[in-house]
Design a protein around this ligand. Structure first.
Ligand code: NG6
Ligand code: CA
Length: 501
């Protein structure tokens, strides 16, 4: 038989689709939108079982796709989780992958493999909109010039970001490496060690504050909110906190409209419900739970709007949407904002133990689901999956070979065609690590207080080994390390083999 060129390209097309049925009018390469929330807990969404808050837009995606009950961030804080997500490398392999100040240099190496870089090679347009928190520049950053290293150097064609977090200076938008609305007559300087002469701070000028700090957060004051770090100048570039969510949403929507004709990857990183919680007045009071609950409702609105845009622009059927959170929940993360006082019966960590900063489950087990209209069959999956697996899985989706990392190809699991997730996973909290294997979780002994007092969260420190059967005991109430010694030593061995110590 002779193969004609047309037949051959048909053959290539069929293989490249990995058996995924495609909408007739769609691109061969699906768009990929990764929606990342910040500090959203396993129990914070109605699709994950809470009845105290309603998140209909997020629920519609979760219930129409594959909703994971064992979906993990690599870490219990932001920077390392984002590092693992974008590079496929466990963050504990990089000693600098810790919560970064707003002045930190770019954490991802310019020659490191990243998801957007890989997708660019396949002809994708790539974008990050929202929270970055992976460092900028190569040393001391001059915010008044084009930044010399950032998202655009690690694979993103377009970046519209906040540098670090909403509670860290600088409180500005950065558009493709350039600070937005900066007045050259009022240059901006940032310092994380000492204040600039004459600048008020949360510590010295409580009379200027509209939001009070509880711990940390007593540096420079912007919009009445005390932040971490010190800043001078750049007043015209400061964002409006209550408009942050709308602002980033509009940028994400515009991006979709401009790039709807080409395959695109949009990493849309919202910052709700991270502190300081400043929902737009439209959402204030709506949850009855104070600003934290209102911020979750605002995030739900944003998700609904971006999905609406994908639909209106005619690309929803050809877009794989993935949703997750960078780490677990925290109530008082440094400001007095009623998160605790108005919580009522709501459990941000659901049935899990611990929270943000914790090696116990609620630190890293987070809401996680995939949605692809017309392609994914709705289901709940108990497979073990981690954000670090996006690298290999997306590579598989776009038919590409990538350098081996800690990432595993779980494409069929993400598409709901298999229930075979990872066999094991190393999770991390403040550079300490623990090991999940099958249904079991082992936490090695660590010195330090079992409770991080300032946030009142159990972080998992103990002088003894901890071993939990998560299938039977999701709340980690029973430490079986003493009665399951054989299993414990086998797990310690496997863990050390991967950790390399
Ligand atoms: C901590 C901050 C906390 C939050 C966190 C980063 C203090 C006392 N606490 O150091 O408020 O900003 O860093 O959160 O400053 S994360 O989700 O970006 O990792
Ligand atoms: Ca976070």
């Amino acid at each position: 038989m002779k193969f004609t060129p047309i037949f051959l390209s048909f053959l290539a097309l069929s293989f490249s689709l990995n058996g995924i049925s495609q909408n007739k009018n769609s691109n061969v390469k699906p768009n990929i939108v990764f929606i990342y929330l910040d500090d959203l807990g396993y129990g914070d969404l109605s699709c994950y079982g809470t009845t105290s808050i309603k998140t209909p837009n997020i629920d519609a995606l979760a219930n129409g796709g594959v909703r994971f009950t064992n979906g993990y961030a690599t870490s219990a804080t932001c920077t390392p989780s984002r590092y693992g997500l974008l590079t496929g490398v466990y963050p504990w392999r990089n000693k600098d992958a810790k919560i970064l100040p707003g002045s930190a240099p770019l954490l991802i190496g310019k020659d490191q493999q990243t998801i957007p870089k890989m997708l660019k090679e396949k002809g994708y347009q790539t974008a990050v909109v929202g929270k970055w928190h992976l460092g900028l520049g190569t040393g001391i950053v001059d915010w008044n010039k084009q930044l010399d290293a950032g998202p655009n150097d690690v694979g993103f064609d377009y970046s519209y970001i906040m540098a670090a977090t909403q509670d860290r200076v600088p409180t500005i938008y950065i558009d493709n490496g350039k600070v937005v609305n900066l007045d050259s007559k009022d240059p901006i300087s940032v310092n994380y060690d000492k204040n600039f002469p004459g600048q008020p701070t949360g510590k010295e000028n409580p009379e200027l504050l509209t939001m009070k700090w509880h711990h940390g957060h007593n540096g420079s004051i912007v919009n009445g909110i005390p932040r971490i770090g010190f800043v001078s100048g750049g007043a015209s570039a400061n964002w409006s906190d209550v408009d942050l969510a709308d602002h980033f949403l509009a940028k994400a929507q515009t991006y979709v409209k401009i790039h709807k004709a080409e395959p695109f990857f949009l990493y849309y990183a919202l910052n709700q419900p991270h502190v300081p919680r400043t929902p737009n007045p439209r959402f204030v009071g709506r949850s009855g739970m104070g600003p934290r609950g209102d911020a979750i409702l605002e995030a739900d609105y944003c998700v609904g709007e971006i999905v609406k845009t994908l639909k209106d622009e005619g690309v929803l059927d050809n877009t794989l949407i993935m949703f997750s959170s960078d780490n677990g929940p925290v109530l008082n993360d440094g400001y007095y904002d009623d998160a605790l006082e108005k919580l009522g019966n709501h459990k941000p960590n659901g049935p899990l133990r611990g929270g943000k900063y914790s090696l116990l489950e609620a630190g890293t087990r987070v809401p996680f689901f995939t949605y692809w209209k017309g392609t994914i069959t709705p289901q709940v999956s108990d497979a073990l999956v981690c954000q670090v697996d996006l690298m290999e899985s997306i590579a598989k989706l776009v038919v590409m070979d990538v350098k081996k990392t800690d990432s595993q190809d779980l494409l069929n699991v993400f598409l709901g065609k298999s229930n075979k997730g990872r066999k094991n996973l190393i999770i991390e909290a403040n550079t300490k690590t623990a090991f999940r294997q099958g249904d079991w979780l082992m936490i090695p002994p660590y010195p330090g207080d079992p409770i991080l007092a300032e946030v009142n969260i159990e972080v998992g420190n103990s002088k003894d080994f901890q071993l939990y059967n998560l299938k039977k005991d999701i709340g980690q109430k029973q430490n079986l390390a003493k009665s399951q010694q054989k299993l414990l030593s086998a797990m310690v061995k496997d863990f050390e083999k991967i950790r390399g110590n």
